[in-house]
Design a protein around this ligand. Structure first.
Ligand code: GDP
Ligand code: MG
Length: 834
């Protein structure tokens, strides 16, 4: 490399102590690692600062280009650095003079007269794309302060000044490469869709790294406008950006925005309209000049591409040539898919051979270095410090990632969320419960007795009403998760947990989808796409169903409230813990079964701490609430009606007549004491209802499966609830509401399902007359509900993400695990409790 620095002593970045600064000298390691780490700014001559170590001693947090990133020790060992004092030797290091390359814009759509504009939002993760998208399209997509929140594209419309903008929110990416699922996804999108304009969203407070992607996009010749977002954060760092200058240098408009407040968004779209009006087919674009040798190679590859058009018009031949030189697998695959490309492949190889001789470095590294040199030049000319700012970590961060304090805080926060879910949630839950009970009584008193009244009270109010009362609990849990995500804490949790996750062969990154699983397993399974390596991704997906989702929460809330007066939050924690332990077990099992070392590096950006916006939190909660209510109105309503009907029919008159006869006889018996009479009649009514339910379709089904569940301490009604819960786990409580309702028809004073469960006794068999539910059965049942068959939606998501076989394997495995573990808990527990 540079002879001036050869006599300075190099060191490994991993050997540096927190607080020290150094200069990046050389990167070793696998080519994937090398490329990614270069793209993230670890280029020759860059200054890197060690911030701290994670509580469990790995990974490390570093600062580069003004942002924070986590690297494992094993990765940092591949980065060679020079002492910080070497910086002055590098000052006149001359990489490339930044010339401007002009090329005719080949995006030849007549854009000036178009009124329907297709826009793609492209930018780094966590720059505010979804926030901007939600603001203009009125959508309510999920926003979170860490990378990988947006996984599928979503589209929305925005009308502004006679124009209709069809906007597409895409996952965030650091560069246009083939490194991760998201990057391939975005490349494919840019390749195949019709795009009139790209809004490149950048984080103004982190311009240098963001511009890397910008430079790549620019070489694609899209019509482009930059939204310089998070301008407020830039200002709070006492910096300003000269937007006019930046726009001149980049050759497309730049508009400062603050997406979460909606500032600058009108201006952004005004600018887009003006820009498009001026655009025509012969516009010129500026490009980085990579120096004579590279430019010559780019040109000859470009020529060969143009002479045999191989890829969609969207891709400028210059961009393709550069990607081919960098060995981008995705583009190469696209190329080899089409015929007539032998020439191109040969020419690329030929040019690569020439370059490797001439530039003395590998081509990828060289190109990335060139881009960053160009970028640093732009940053130098446009970003101004108004006041020296310190980069000392905040006090709060010190606590949150403290060796001992960090872990305590983490467990405490999760526990606190559960505690809030119960304690605060119990008030609105009681109000709803009482309200529904009163409504049910009122309906029974005003409507004539008959199937319709029964359907309304026992079927719909019992089923849907029984589930709806848990809405407040779910909202509180979501509020807590949302606050943790939005404040940036979740990324720190991943940072803290990385060491533990590495024990099961996973990244700290996989921790986030796992935690998301507590909300709902379906998005969590989709979010596991952020885990780059396929094997790790599958492993994460297998683990997610054991993360207890919020649909299972009603079962726990119900049973814990009924059977555990003390230690409620701890019991809940124990249930969640059981799921987590099993997930960890699966992780370890997978690890042992495959000896192959994990090759994908652990690289994770640590976003700055942000004050969680009230708007985002309420939006997330509102979205969850409306989702929940929609599910109530559809799946759960339908399931409630079906379950009720299966319990109501067939109407058999023979035995009910017998009961009626007995009741009449008792009534007419004048020798009985009135109190005894009432009690006997009550018993008869109960037995009648019970027998009816048992002989109904659902009773037959329940009895059919009850032999399997009897060893676990469950009666046939619980069996029915378990079966119906396969559609969605909320239905478990709904079914119980319907099934147990029948018992106490005569006793209108007790409407609460909790009381009904408490008083429920075995009807037949050796335990006849004994209470079914003890704290032990309750616990064993909760564990069963936690573990068995994840709902249909999860299986559908698994089929989509991992294939049929794996999805079915998950379903079978989880149900078996549920059975064995519940059996174990119940049998061992019974033994000790006598
Ligand atoms: P995406 O990953 O690019 O889709 O980013 P998101 O839209 O999910 O936003 C990431 C985080 O940045 C969220 O916590 C937002 O609330 C926050 N955010 C978005 N825009 C701004 C902004 O202009 N200023 C500040 N301070 N925060 C913002
Ligand atoms: Mg997003």
């Amino acid at each position: 490399m540079n002879t001036q620095t050869d006599n300075l002593k190099t060191n490994k970045l991993s050997n540096l102590k927190p607080g020290l600064k150094a200069i990046v000298y050389k990167i070793d390691g696998s080519s994937i690692f090398k490329k990614r780490i270069l793209e993230l700014g670890f280029i020759y001559g860059a200054e890197v600062k060690v911030i701290k170590r994670a509580p469990l001693r790995d990974p490390y947090e570093y600062e580069i280009l003004g942002y924070r990133i986590a690297l494992r020790k094993a990765e940092a060992e591949n980065i060679y650095v020079l002492p910080h004092s070497a910086a002055k030797h590098l000052a006149n290091n001359d990489f490339s003079k930044c010339k401007i390359h002009k090329q005719i814009n080949n995006n030849n759509i007549d854009i000036a007269n178009k009124k329907n504009i297709n826009i793609a939002l492209i930018g780094n993760p966590n720059t505010g794309k979804t926030t901007l998208f939600n603001h203009v399209s009125g959508s309510r997509n999920k926003v979170g302060n860490y990378a990988g929140v947006t996984i599928e594209l979503s589209t929305g419309k925005y009308r502004h000044k006679n124009y209709t903008f069809n906007i597409c929110d895409l996952p965030g990416i650091y560069a246009l490469t083939d490194y991760s699922y998201e990057e391939q996804y975005v490349q494919k999108y840019l390749l195949e869709e019709e795009i009139d304009l790209v809004i490149n969203i950048t984080d103004a407070s982190n311009l240098a790294r963001n511009l890397y992607l910008t430079m790549q996009l620019a070489s694609m010749n899209f019509n482009m406008v930059m939204a310089l977002n998070m301008y407020d954060e830039l200002e709070s760092k006492h910096q300003t950006i000269n937007c006019q200058k930046l726009s001149d240098l980049l050759d497309f408009p730049v508009v400062p925005t603050i997406a979460d407040k909606g500032n600058g968004i009108e201006e952004l779209f005004d600018t887009i309209i003006l820009y498009l009006k001026k655009r025509n087919i012969t516009s010129f674009s500026k490009h980085i000049d990579y120096g004579e040798e590279i430019e010559k190679s780019i040109e000859s590859i470009s020529n060969s591409i143009e002479s045999s058009p191989i890829i969609n018009k969207n891709y400028a031949s210059r961009f393709l040539s550069i990607q081919l030189l960098e060995g981008d697998e995705y583009i190469i695959n696209q190329l080899t898919k089409r015929s007539n490309n032998k020439d191109v492949t040969e020419i690329v190889q030929h040019e690569k051979d020439i370059l490797e001789n001439n530039i003395n470095d590998d081509i990828e590294a060289y190109l990335i270095n060139q881009r960053y040199t160009y970028i640093q030049n732009i940053v130098k000319q446009t970003v101004k410090n108004t006041k020296a700012s310190s980069s000392a970590p905040k006090e709060i961060d010190k606590l949150l990632t403290h060796p001992i304090g960090g872990i305590i805080v983490f467990i405490f926060l999760i526990w606190l969320s559960f505690k809030a879910t119960f304690t605060i949630g119990s008030y609105p839950m009681d109000w709803l419960d009482t309200g529904i009970g009163l409504l049910s009584v009122w309906i029974k008193n005003t409507m004539p007795p008959g199937p319709l009244t029964d359907l309304l009270t026992d079927g719909i109010l019992g089923g849907v009403g029984g589930v709806i009362i848990f809405l407040p609990n779910i909202l509180i849990l979501f509020c807590c998760l949302s606050l943790m995500e939005d404040s940036g804490y979740m990324a720190r949790a991943a940072f803290i947990m990385d060491k533990l996750m590495s024990k099961i062969g996973l990244h700290g990154k996989a921790f986030i989808p796992l935690i998301m699983g507590f909300g709902c397993n379906v998005p969590a399974i989709m979010a596991s796409r952020t885990v780059e390596n396929k094997k790790d991704r599958l492993k994460t997906m297998f683990m997610i169903p054991f993360m207890s989702c919020s649909a299972r929460l009603p079962v726990y809330v119900l049973f814990i409230a009924a059977f555990f007066n003390q230690h409620q939050a701890s019991i809940l924690l124990a249930i969640y813990g059981t799921g987590i332990l099993l997930a960890v077990g699966i992780g370890i099992f997978f690890n042992l079964s495959s000896m192959e070392m994990n090759k994908v590096p652990f690289i994770m950006e640590l976003p700055p701490y942000r004050m969680p916006g009230l708007k985002n939190t309420t939006l997330n909660m509102w979205q969850k609430a409306s989702q929940y209510l929609r599910k109530m109105g559809t799946t759960i309503l339908l399931a409630s009606i079906i379950i009720w009907a299966m319990g109501y029919f067939p109407q058999q008159t023979d035995y009910s007549k017998d009961y009626d006869k007995l009741i009449t006889i008792t009534n007419n018996n004048s020798t009985l004491h009135p109190e005894d009479k009432a009690s006997i009649i009550n018993d008869l009514e109960l037995s009648k209802a019970e027998e009816h339910l048992e002989k109904s379709y659902i009773g037959q089904l329940g009895h059919f499966i009850s032999p399997v569940l009897y060893p676990l301490g469950f009666d046939w009604k619980m069996g029915v609830s378990i079966i119906t819960g396969m559609a969605a786990k909320e239905i478990v409580v709904g079914s119980m509401g319907i099934l147990y309702q029948a018992d106490l028809d005569a006793d209108e004073t007790s409407v609460s399902l909790i009381d009904k469960l408490k008083n429920r006794t075995y009807e037949k068999g050796p335990k006849s007359g004994q209470k079914i539910f003890t704290p032990l059965t309750a616990f064993s049942f909760m564990v069963f509900i936690l573990l068995y068959f994840p709902c249909i939606a999860v299986i559908a998501a698994l089929i989509k993400e991992a294939g049929w076989i794996r999805a079915i394997a998950t379903a079978i495995f989880s149900t078996m695990a549920a059975w064995f573990i519940s059996l174990y808990i119940y049998q061992i527990g019974s033994y000790f409790m006598g």
